[in-house]
Write a protein that binds this ligand. Structure first.
Ligand SMILES: [Zn+2]
Length: 447
């Protein structure tokens, strides 16, 4: 399937150089500043003779869309990634997070995995097809969005309102994969076909203010501490939803941790925790646990401003993730019950942001082409359908009935831990491999 006229060594150099430069553009969100990233992408595409449209959704918040016209009236495939990245705790990194430095065959920096590398793979696939001078039968779109890491208000959400016709496609390839497992017999790549819903809440506590030298029993900070402790201890009941079932069945026969029959016991709610606990890989335990439960994670706290003052109000924020079938109302009821049971007083729960769980089917031509392309470059590769605990821009497309797959070609347990973590980096080898797989996929699918 590979076109051997392509000089892949040259592609490797080009892709690595582009990713390094892309990482150096500071698109940490907040504030985002994705416009600079969008202009960088535009400059590269325009040099190839590809016209682009840049949309500035708010000051400095840039999005970019370009099309490669084929014969079909509706674009068949949209290659999507987001330009923004999450903040860094720079002191904990071994190399500066915005350096894009290449060290021992790895490109370092925030966005190296999530998801500027996917952006460069998509860009390379798009440009390589254009350089071949052939018009694909199916139309292709390339889009890069702002604000994905903060709810997509100025990115995919904004574009869906202001330029929905530009994003119409039958299929989307986006981030969301990136987790994988190497076993004795295979390299498992988890392809995101579904994602959990999001419900971010703020719990506000009120109490009596006063001098801290005179303690009393209506200190809102104490109520908040009780609440955080209770929420973090809570474990919601295990529920096997269809995407989780496919994921667990997909891994069962491939993993080396225990006999397949035993692994399948995870599907029974009484045994799931005990079996998951036997898996030595922490990240996989976390993923399996999250795929079976609604989760509630305290993240933000804001209390008083002076050591000797008891504040009258404080708040904490909880990141809740919902399984398919759950609703934000159910999440709020659960939280209320947890706090009541713990005896917390003086609180109100506010919803900050929600998005509903969404899923795409597996029996599609694109899914099959993806699998074939991947296998062509890695005979040990196998695609396992997976529901991500994190949300992506794919939800905006799935809501419209567009089929979206999250396929980051760098798939391993270690890469998953580096996403949003410290020392994020990608090997040049994986960047090139991803570019090849994506190129083959799009070429096979569109012509
Ligand atoms: Zn991302």
């Amino acid at each position: 399937m590979t076109d051997y006229h392509i000089d892949w060594n040259a592609v490797e150099q080009e892709a690595a150089g582009l990713l390094s430069r892309y990482i150096q553009i500071n698109t940490i969100n907040p504030p985002g500043n994705e416009l600079e990233g969008a202009l960088f992408l535009r400059e590269i595409l325009e040099k190839e003779g590809i016209a682009c449209e840049v949309y500035e959704s708010a000051k400095g918040r840039g999005n970019i869309i370009t099309q490669f016209r084929g014969e079909s009236s509706i674009p068949d495939i949209l290659l999507l990634h987001h330009i923004d990245v999450v903040p860094v705790e720079e002191a904990t990194w071994d190399h500066p997070p915005l350096s894009g430095r290449v060290i021992n065959g790895e490109i370092w920096g925030r966005g190296a995995l999530d998801c500027k590398s996917l952006g460069i793979m998509e860009l390379m696939a798009f440009m390589l097809l254009k350089r071949q001078g052939r018009c694909p039968e199916r139309r292709m779109v390339l889009a890069a969005t702002a604000d994905e890491e903060a709810g997509s208000t100025w990115g995919a959400g904004w574009l869906m309102q202001h330029a929905p016709e530009k994003l119409k496609a039958r299929y989307v390839i986006n981030e969301g994969g990136g987790l994988g497992l190497s076993t004795k017999h295979s390299n498992l790549h988890f392809c995101q076909v579904a994602e959990k819903g999001v419900c971010w809440v703020r719990i506000v506590f009120t109490g009596n203010p006063g001098h801290a030298s005179l303690p009393h029993d209506s200190n809102c900070v104490v109520e908040m501490a009780k609440a955080i402790e209770a929420v973090s201890r809570y474990q919601s009941p295990a529920v096997v939803t269809p995407p989780a079932e496919k994921f667990i069945q997909g891994i069962a026969g491939e993993q080396d941790f225990m006999p397949a029959e035993e692994f399948l016991g995870i599907l029974s709610s009484q045994q799931s925790t005990a079996i998951i606990d036997k898996i030595p890989e922490r990240i996989l335990r976390q993923v399996l646990n999250a795929s079976l439960r609604n989760t509630f994670t305290p993240t933000v706290t804001k209390g008083g401003s002076k050591t000797n003052v008891i504040p009258g109000e404080c708040f904490c924020e909880i990141d809740c993730r919902m399984l398919p079938g759950s609703t934000p109302e159910e999440i709020l009821e659960t939280l209320d019950k947890i706090l009541q049971t713990r005896g917390c007083r003086g609180f109100t729960i506010q919803v900050l942001h929600t998005s509903l769980p969404a899923e795409s089917p597996l029996d599609t031509p694109l899914y099959r082409v993806l699998e074939t392309s991947l296998k062509h470059h890695d005979p040990r590769a196998k695609i396992i359908p997976y529901m991500s605990s994190g949300a992506t821009d794919s939800r905006f497309f799935r809501e419209q009935g567009i089929i979206a797959y999250g396929m980051q070609m760098e798939s391993s347990l270690v890469s998953m831990e580096r996403v949003h973590g410290h020392n994020e980096r990608i090997t040049i080898e994986n960047l090139t491999m991803g570019s090849k797989v994506l190129y083959d996929t799009v070429r096979a699918f569109c012509s």
